[in-house]
Design a protein around this ligand. Structure first.
Ligand SMILES: Nc1ncnc2c1ncn2[C@@H]1O[C@H](COP(=O)(O)OP(=O)(O)OP(=O)(O)O)[C@@H](O)[C@H]1O
Ligand SMILES: [Mg+2]
Length: 367
């Protein structure tokens, strides 16, 4: 348990909490200011979904002075949602303040954020705002119900050379097309974990679409992730870039390779899954908060125990299966084709699409 810091360590400013003027209802977690006015009435209300990843001036939060703000910023706690979901113990440790004060700060932020239950029509409304990036392969678009959807995580898993990265490159180009042509008219953030990002493929695909390849390359923001922690960090940092660079698609190629390498052995499985779970939630929050699409690739591992059928299974286990909205299984087909099967999608039938990889990108295979 972190020690409560001495009063002189906590810098106060106007609007800071005065410890004595608060009572706390631990049942509801609500903080009530018994002073002249309630904090609720003066706090600005901010839409929770829209606040995700947006850095704010932390000193605007009641109870947060310059020193605390600096400590929070040091660890990247610069948006309201991050603070709202932090535990008092964690916040107290980071900001070197008492747990009571940490709880008050969290409660203020929660009051500022309009979180709560949503009526189903609101959810419907948001879902209707979801748009799709066309893959450029008709049969694949059909399979996906129109293309790669915003507010969702689309995963492609399969063996080496099955086309996972190629589809990523193609989407990185297509997202830049105007809406009438199946794009979002937005840019791409590409997290490359295997050092396989191929600008030459982007150029070919862009040229085939009559786009200016130099401009298309400029609109793809590539970050190399060196290990799983770095990958997590890049996603946490992505929020700022998303607004600044008008990002409509985030690609992680591959999502799982670092996690696989960094957490070896059975004993580390739980830790790995926990990190992966958090990482995927962060991605989903970005997808929801910015109405953008997320495309991730994933390897398969051999399953020698399986005698019949396809002896391969995606890495990542149940967590990935659960958190990917759309799962595509890619495999090599006859005569150099690739076959895509959509796995366990809630609202789409499990069918197959057949395509080929050409110099100009992915195309429908001739019937
Ligand atoms: N210019 C091109 N013209 C035609 N086919 C190409 C071209 N570039 C790549 N390919 C095809 O794409 C395949 C590689 O696909 P991709 O890189 O998407 O594999 P992957 O599924 O990402 O594999 P890995 O698991 O190794 O990352 C190559 O084997 C080749 O068949
Ligand atoms: Mg690849």
């Amino acid at each position: 348990m972190p020690k409560r810091s001495k009063p002189e360590e906590v810098e106060k400013k106007d609007g800071d909490f005065d410890d004595e003027s608060f009572t706390e209802d631990f049942e509801t977690g609500k903080t009530e200011n018994v002073g002249e006015e309630t904090s609720e009435s003066v706090l600005p209300k901010i839409d929770a979904a829209a606040s995700v990843g947006k850095s704010v001036d932390l000193e605007d939060i009641p109870g947060v002075g310059k020193k605390i703000a600096e400590k929070l910023a040091e660890v990247g706690y610069t948006d309201l949602m991050t603070i709202a979901v932090t535990s008092p113990v964690e916040l107290a440790t980071i900001a070197e303040i008492g747990e009571g004060q940490a709880r008050k700060i969290i409660n203020s932020v929660r009051e500022m954020l309009q979180i709560g239950f949503e009526s189903a029509d609101k959810i419907m409304e948001r879902k209707l705002a979801a748009i799709k990036i066309k893959t450029g392969v008709e049969s694949l678009d059909k399979l996906l119900g129109g293309g790669v959807e915003t507010q969702a995580i689309t995963e492609a898993y399969g063996q080496f050379a099955s086309g996972k990265s190629q589809l990523g490159f193609q989407l990185a180009v297509n997202v830049q097309l105007p809406k009438e042509q199946g794009g979002l008219g937005k840019n791409c953030l590409f997290i490359d974990t295997e050092n396989t990002f191929a600008p030459s493929r982007i150029v070919s695909v862009a040229k085939a679409r009559g786009m200016d390849p130099d401009q298309v390359l400029k609109n793809i923001f590539v970050a190399r992730a060196f290990n799983s922690e770095h990958q997590i960090f890049l996603v946490e940092k992505a929020a700022e870039l998303i607004e600044e660079k008008n990002i409509g698609l985030i690609i992680i190629d591959s999502l799982t390779s670092h996690f696989r390498a960094d957490y070896v052995g059975r004993g580390e499985l739980a830790g790995r899954q926990q990190k992966l779970n958090k990482h995927l939630h962060a991605l989903q929050r970005l997808a929801d908060g910015h109405n953008l699409a997320v495309y991730i690739t994933n390897q398969v591992m051999a399953r020698p125990d399986m005698l019949f059928g396809d002896p391969t299974a995606p890495v990542g286990g149940h967590i990935l299966a659960h958190l990917s909205t759309y799962r595509m299984y890619l495999r090599k087909g006859k005569a150099g084709t690739r076959v895509c099967r959509l796995m366990d999608a809630a609202n789409l039938p499990e069918t197959e699409a057949i395509f080929k990889i050409t110099e100009d990108g992915l195309k429908d295979a001739e019937k």
